[in-house]
Design a protein around this ligand. Sequence first.
Ligand code: THU
Length: 131
Amino acid sequence: MNHKQLAQKAMEAKKNALPPYSNFHVGSALLTKAGKVYLGGNIETPSYSLTVCAERTAIFKAITEGEREFTAIAIASDSPDYCPPCGACRQVIKDLCGDIDVVMINGKKEIKVFKISELLPFAFGDEDLKK
Ligand code: THU
């Protein structure tokens, strides 16, 4: 699956997002090394601060299904612009997925791709715990 196809899956994942407070629907699609795709949407509850972003939903689903190796994660919203991952999700992507590609898609269906190491330089990680 290429980046554009993965981004399309992220678009589709938006339909099961549950953001009744912000009304900002986000979808995410996480690609494993073996080619399987896990979808996620953002979930908001009346305790606003317990919100979980679409990216973390997809990652936690995949991890709890036993997946450990990933190649890319795509993120889509209804905004005409790209939807960059929040800081918390950047850390979780780095920690649980490794240096994968982060694919963003805008309203014109154009994509932008970064490595997570570009989006989160000089990050804290597993290696720092061993020093
Ligand atoms: N959100 C995501 O799901 N992913 C992002 O990359 C950015 C923000 C969600 C969290 C919240 O439900 C809504 O978008 C508005 O911040």
